[in-house]
Structures are given as structure tokens and as C-alpha cells.
Write a protein that binds this ligand. Structure first.
Ligand SMILES: Nc1ncnc2c1ncn2[C@@H]1O[C@H](COP(=O)(O)OP(=O)(O)OP(=O)(O)O)[C@@H](O)[C@H]1O
Ligand SMILES: [Mg+2]
Length: 253
């Protein structure tokens, strides 16, 4: 039996409608501390919308979201970020004119906030630069520190984005299709990177590629037409008849 503190994120009867059109239709979801949890589902199922609700891009129409037992539904993205949740977007979202290091530094600065006034002290500036460099190394972009983000390759940009989510210091990371548009080799590289950088954190990711999901994630929730069809381990999801039917014609293995 799990207790409340085992879960980082809990959604109850979560709903979202746009102009009367119901997109998320009563989602119940528990993300356990330290797990890698995939949201799998067909195009238009509402996966990104769910992430938008969790990260505060817009408020739920109904239902609740708790992060570490604290209600976060309807809070701003900044408030939710400070509460410990960071996300990347389905579409690459880096600042093209800024260097790789400067992009990461923005995340680090956001975390420290103006409260500490660190930026105004030389030692503080040094500490922030050191931290940004370390994060850049962690996402294997140390050699690209001074390269404008726009000049990085696509997979390097996605690595940078992952670094930016880490830079905020959040314990829970949401990645929306981190391997979208990548070759098999690039995707394998990013998956390994994600595996390494999320040790000690909680990961929730949207992913279409089932081999990625089954290889990386501890548990999977299948979202179809705004509802969770099933949640379970990769083996349980593979064996689930409802999932097999929803994915009829596709291989679930
Ligand atoms: N801000 C919005 N206003 C109106 N409709 C929206 C909005 N955001 C999403 N939708 C609609 O909600 C539905 C689900 O979209 P969503 O992006 O959540 O799906 P998804 O599961 O992430 O799909 P994909 O796999 O293609 O990324 C779509 O029909 C979309 O048009
Ligand atoms: Mg999406």
C-alpha cells in the first residue's frame, strides 16, 4: 500500500476544456518519488495539455493537482517551478542568440532569484557560472559553451533544454517528446542522457516511441481521448487488453 508521501505528483479527476470542448476528461494519476513515468498515447490524446496543466501554463477546468501534498492547480508556472517542477516543451524552446552556457545560466539564475542578489557580487557571479558550467558538462555540452544555441544541432538543442530544466533545481522533471524528430542513434543518445541526469529525480515524459518508453520507464500511463486507459509497469502495459486494443495494428512489445 502506498502512502501519500510516496507520491510527488497526484492528480485527481483532472479536467480541461477549451471553449466547451473537453480535452482532459477526469485524469487520476500518481507519480511516485524517484520513478520514471511515461505518458503514452495517440496524437491529440491530451498529453501536452496534461503537461500544461501540471506546469501551470493554464489552470484546470476542474479537479486537483498536488505536488508533494501541496495543491498547485491554477498556480503560475513560476510558482510551480519554485515548488519543484520543471518542464521542457514538445517544440524546442531555447534562446537562439544566447550561447549554450548563457541559456543554462538563465535557469540557474531563475532558481536563485533576485532574493539573494548574487548576481551583483563577483563571488556570486562566479558561483552561478560554475554551476552553469557543471550542468553543461552534465548534458555533455561543455565543448559547446560559447556556441549560440541557434547554431547547435537539433539533438544538442534538446540536450540544452534538458539542462535548462535541471538548472532550475526541480526534483520533478517533465519532458514532452524529448526524442521527437530524431534518428534512432540520436534518440538512443538522448535516452541515455535522460537516464543519467534524472538519477535521484522524478521524471514524467511524453513519448511516442514505445521502445524508448519500455526501455527507460518504470511505469507507464496510457492516455486515450483525455482519459487514462491503464497505468502499470512495462510488462503490465504490454499485457493489458485495453491497451492492445487501443494500439491495434501497432506493435506493443
Ligand atoms: N490552447 C488550446 N486551445 C484549444 N484547443 C487546444 C489547446 N491546446 C490543445 N488543444 C486541443 O486539445 C487536443 C489535445 O491536444 P494535445 O496537444 O494535448 O495532444 P497530444 O496528446 O499532446 O498530441 P501529440 O501527440 O500530437 O503531441 C487537440 O485536439 C488540440 O487541438
Ligand atoms: Mg503533444
Amino acid at each position: 500500500m502506498s502512502t501519500a508521501s510516496d507520491n510527488v505528483l497526484v492528480a485527481r479527476d483532472l479536467q480541461k476544456s477549451f471553449g466547451g470542448l473537453s480535452i482532459v476528461k477526469g485524469v487520476d494519476l500518481e507519480v511516485r518519488r524517484g520513478e520514471r513515468h511515461a505518458i503514452l498515447g495517440p496524437n491529440g490524446a491530451g498529453k501536452s495539455t496534461l503537461f500544461n496543466l501540471f506546469s501551470g501554463a493554464f489552470p484546470p477546468s476542474a479537479g486537483s493537482i498536488e505536488l508533494n501534498g501541496r495543491p498547485i492547480g491554477g498556480l503560475s508556472p513560476e510558482q510551480i517551478n519554485r515548488a519543484g517542477l520543471a518542464r521542457s516543451f514538445q517544440i524546442t524552446n531555447v534562446f537562439g542568440k544566447l550561447s549554450a552556457l548563457e541559456n543554462i545560466r538563465m535557469g540557474v539564475l531563475a532558481r536563485h532569484g533576485v532574493r539573494f542578489n548574487l548576481w551583483r557580487r563577483v563571488s556570486g557571479m562566479q558561483a552561478i557560472n560554475d554551476e552553469a558550467r557543471a550542468l553543461l558538462e552534465q548534458v555533455r555540452l561543455g565543448h559547446r559553451a560559447d556556441t549560440p544555441a541557434a547554431d547547435l544541432t537539433y539533438s544538442e538543442q534538446r540536450s540544452l533544454e534538458i539542462g535548462m530544466t535541471l538548472a532550475t533545481g526541480a526534483e520533478m522533471i517533465l519532458l514532452d517528446e524529448p526524442t521527437a524528430g530524431m534518428s534512432r542513434a540520436e534518440a538512443a543518445y538522448i535516452v541515455e542522457l535522460i537516464r543519467q541526469v534524472t538519477v535521484g529525480k522524478t521524471l514524467m515524459m511524453v513519448e511516442h516511441d514505445m521502445s524508448v518508453v519500455f526501455g527507460l520507464c518504470d511505469r507507464i500511463s496510457v492516455l486515450v481521448y483525455g482519459k487514462i486507459l491503464a497505468t502499470g509497469t512495462p510488462d503490465e502495459i504490454r499485457a493489458n487488453r485495453d491497451v492492445q486494443e487501443a494500439y491495434l495494428g501497432e506493435e506493443v512489445h
